[in-house]
Design a protein around this ligand. Structure first.
Ligand code: NAD
Length: 339
């Protein structure tokens, strides 16, 4: 029997995870919850996902707008083997007591602190530790991207120290209230929280990060500098390692990929749903080693890179698959991530 997945919070991340679950043959969506009867609630119904109201007293608001609601959050929990909590940062922590009390497994997103589950997940790094767990946090878009490239480099060449700058999008495309519109806004907390967040997944890495917000909505961008342990490492070695790493893709200026704009255009041309880029694109030309220090640039599609990780976390926690590589391959094949 398929694993029954409930999505609490059908927004940017939740709707993508729901669609990705629907593409797998070992799990299915039993319902999604919304707080208000808006266009995303209508989308859920159009896609055939049973709709639940996250706030019980609001059920009549949905029914007044002609939207069929199956019940409230407690009913969704009853129907589910696992809940993927995709509510705004901080709400997941409040919901965690409800999930624990109901004895339902739960996945939280990167807007929550590590303590929400006491376990932070990345498929490549610690899939085995998620096997059979009741509570897991899939780390944020930036942390997922950093883990995807740092982990294989650390494993093969050793890392003394990472310094990375996150050039962050001001808001997601749908967020008409975010900014800056015409400024570059540095995060004054130096180092930023991203380095410690990477250490919740890869504890024995030394990393400091800084962060800046810029007026763009489509992607984040990372400028990464690594002091390598192995002094004989060549750029070709790093290229080969990243080419062999799942969910990392090399892009090149030679093909006219000179910015995040062209990466999104590639995804649009490939008819990717919502122009999603689940992989982390790394610019080949930016992979340079000088005095044993590695430099590279990578882009992050913040709305979608965490989606495959959520699918793998479901598979590990509900014991559908013990082998990380098999789960990663299955997820990626069903998403058609590789073409
Ligand atoms: P979002 O605002 O797009 O969606 C959140 C959804 O939760 C909305 O449908 C909203 O109606 C619903 N909601 C609000 N309050 C709720 C409540 N009390 N109970 C149930 N549902 C409620 O947010 P998002 O961007 O999808 O972010 C969700 C989580 O994913 C956050 O932890 C965020 O940090 C994380 N995340 C976001 C991004 C990104 O770039 N958007 C990337 C990675 C991780």
């Amino acid at each position: 029997m398929n694993c029954k997945v409930g999505i609490n919070g059908f927004g940017t991340i939740g709707k993508r995870i729901a669609d990705a679950v629907s593409l797998q043959n070992d799990m299915e969506i039993v319902g999604v919850s919304k707080t208000s009867p808006n266009y995303e609630s209508k989308l859920a119904l159009d896609r055939g996902y049973p709709l639940y109201c996250a706030i019980p007293d609001r059920i009549s608001e949905f029914r007044d707008k002609g939207m069929d609601v199956e019940g409230d959050l407690n009913d969704l929990i009853d129907e589910s083997d696992i809940i993927v909590d995709c509510t705004p940062g901080g709400v997941g922590a409040k919901n965690s007591e409800l999930y624990k009390k109901a004895g339902v497994k739960a996945i939280y997103q990167g807007g929550e602190d590590h303590q929400v589950a006491d376990f932070s997940f990345n498929s490549l790094v610690n899939y085995e530790e998620a096997y059979g767990r009741d509570q897991t946090r899939v780390v944020s878009c930036n942390t997922t991207a950093l883990c995807r490239t740092l982990y294989p480099i650390k494993k093969q060449y050793g890392i003394n120290k990472v310094r990375a700058t996150m050039i962050r999008r001001g808001g997601d495309p749908k967020q008409d209230n975010r900014g800056p519109i015409n400024a570059i806004k540095p995060k004054m907390k130096v180092p930023s929280h991203h380095g410690p967040d990477v250490m919740t997944v890869i504890p024995d890495i030394e990393i400091d990060t800084t962060a800046v917000k810029v007026p763009t909505t489509i992607m984040h961008f990372h400028s990464i500098n690594i002091e390598l342990k192995n002094k004989n490492t060549k750029p070709e070695d790093i290229i080969k390692t990243l080419e062999e790493t799942p969910r990392v893709t090399l892009v090149t200026e030679e093909h006219g990929i000179e910015s995040t704009a062209q990466i999104i255009e590639l995804a649009r041309d490939a008819n990717r749903p919502r122009n999603d880029v689940w992989e982390i694109p790394v610019w080949k030309e930016s992979i340079v080693i000088k005095n044993n220090e590695l430099y590279y640039f990578q882009a992050v599609h913040q709305e979608s890179d965490v989606v495959p990780e959520n699918i793998d976390a479901i598979r590990a926690m509900t014991k559908l698959e013990k082998n990380p590589t098999k789960s990663i391959q299955k997820t990626d094949k069903n998403l058609q991530l590789n073409p």
